[in-house]
Structure formats: structure tokens, C-alpha cells
Ligand binder design. Structure first.
Ligand code: PEP
Length: 261
């Protein structure tokens, strides 16, 4: 059975004290729920090494929220893919809507970062999704196609081999207004069909997770859908109890699915 990918995106939050408490609690209680879940924590860059030291022996993985486009040199303030790899990062979020919006990251730049991550055998988590006005104008599928096409144009047919796509409608991120699970399911199906077609059907599996105001109350309704392969979680991943509840829900759904199959 394909494990569900549960990703914590801590964004610009946390400090040494709270991260230490969070990880201590998580380490104590998570082992029961890792059989069917791949759990990834993406802390702010400055805490990557600290988080890694705490999770390296318990099968939780380290992710980065972004990566610089250069490997090394005179690029003040940047963090390179080599440095991320050096401190234990295995997954890198790329193209998050907050990077697209606040840092003016284009589809072209995101494709380059995506390629850079793959070239080092790390796994990119590509965020895609439409804004509220794009949804209102029925442009969701066009926007998603453009976001995916820029990756195909840069890397060719096999671009999405060993990668994760996160469908994150911008209007649902950090708003408390999560998308309708049936709507998300239909978009995930569209993404998978599109990627499959563009890849000349040579991908074994395409992983698409959902992100946008997920919490312990609505997680089940998303994870029950056949084409929702995991969750990318912002604010609810900052509260240990809430994050663990979501992981537990995901585990229980997988157990139910196994019992029924
Ligand atoms: C995100 O930042 O990717 C996200 C989904 O945030 P939130 O869960 O807070 O909406």
C-alpha cells in the first residue's frame, strides 16, 4: 500500500524552546503511526540541523521550505541544495504560493529549482494551485497546466519521476476555508491524468497531496478520497497535539482501507 505523505510546513514559525518540546512529544508517540505514513517536517532553515538530530533515528524525514538556485558562491543570504543535503534534507518544497507571491518566483525559476533538487536525488514537493479570482473565472485547470508544463518544458517527459505534487488552492491557504474534498479529488484526478499523459504514461505512480487549511476536523474527509495521497499542513502542524491527531487519522484510514480490500 502506498504510504500517505504528511508534511508539516512550519513557515516562519518556531523557536528552540518550542521545537524541542514539539519533537520530544512527537518522538514519544509517533512510532505506532508510521507504518502507512511518511512524515516530513520542514522547519525554518536555521533549525534544520536541530530538527534532523532529533528525528534521524525515528523514521521521520527532513524537508526544506525552499532552496536557492545556485550551488555556491557570492550569493549573500542564500541556502544551497548542497547545504540542504549536507544537513540531512531529503525533501524540498518548491513553488509554494507564498514564494510565488512575496518573492516573485516565476514558473521558469521554479522549474529550474525543481531540476536542481532532482539532480541531487532529493525529492521536490511542487506546489501548484489557482487564486480565488482564477477559480471564479474557471481558469483552475489552465493555471495548473501552465504550472506543470513549465516543469515538462525544462525537464522533459520524465520530469515527475520520484516527485510529489501538492495541490494548494491559494484561496484555501491560511484562511480557515479549506476546499471541498470532492472538488479537490476531481482536481487531483485531473492532475494525475494530465501528468500521466504528458509523461507518455511511463510513470509508475504520481503522488498528489492536498494543502489548504487542513486540521484534525477535516483531515479525514480529504484522506478518504482515492486520489488524495497526503496532506501539506501549515498552521495545524505547529501544534503538536493537532499534528499527531492528523497523523493518527491518516493511519486509521489506511488500516480501514486495508481491512476492506
Ligand atoms: C501551506 O502553507 O502550505 C498551508 C497549507 O498552510 P495552512 O495549512 O495554514 O493553510
Amino acid at each position: 500500500m502506498q504510504k500517505k505523505f504528511i508534511v508539516a510546513n512550519w513557515k516562519l514559525n518556531g523557536d528552540i524552546k518550542n521545537i524541542t518540546i514539539f519533537l520530544k512529544n512527537l518522538k514519544l508517540n509517533i512510532s505506532l503511526y508510521l507504518k502507512y505514513n511518511t512524515v516530513i517536517i520542514t522547519p525554518p532553515t536555521i533549525y534544520l540541523e536541530r530538527v534532523y538530530q532529533n528525528i534521524k533515528n525515528i523514521n521521520i524525514f527532513l524537508g526544506s521550505q525552499d532552496v536557492g538556485i545556485n550551488k555556491k558562491g557570492a550569493f549573500t543570504g542564500e541556502t544551497s541544495i548542497l547545504m540542504l543535503q549536507d544537513v540531512g534534507v531529503q525533501y524540498v518544497i518548491v513553488g509554494h504560493s507564498e514564494r510565488r507571491l512575496f518573492h516573485h518566483e516565476s514558473n521558469k525559476l521554479i522549474a529550474k529549482k525543481f531540476g536542481l533538487i532532482k539532480s541531487l536525488n532529493l525529492i521536490p514537493i511542487l506546489c501548484i494551485g489557482e487564486s480565488e479570482s482564477e477559480k471564479r473565472q474557471n481558469q483552475t485547470k489552465e493555471i495548473i497546466k501552465n504550472q506543470l508544463n513549465s516543469i515538462f518544458e525544462y525537464l522533459g517527459k520524465k520530469a515527475f519521476l520520484n516527485t510529489i505534487i501538492a495541490y494548494e488552492p491559494i484561496w484555501a491557504i491560511g484562511t480557515g476555508l479549506s476546499a471541498d474534498p470532492i472538488y479537490v479529488e476531481s482536481i487531483h484526478k485531473f492532475i494525475k491524468d494530465y501528468v500521466n499523459k504528458q509523461s507518455a504514461n511511463n510513470l509508475e505512480k504520481i503522488i498528489v497531496q492536498y494543502g489548504g487549511s487542513v486540521n484534525s476536523k477535516n483531515a479525514k474527509s480529504f484522506l478518504k478520497q482515492p486520489n488524495i495521497d497526503g496532506l501539506l499542513i501549515g498552521s495545524a502542524s505547529l501544534i503538536y497535539e493537532e499534528f499527531l491527531k492528523i497523523i493518527k487519522i491518516s493511519h486509521e484510514i489506511s488500516c480501514e482501507q486495508i481491512n476492506y480490500s
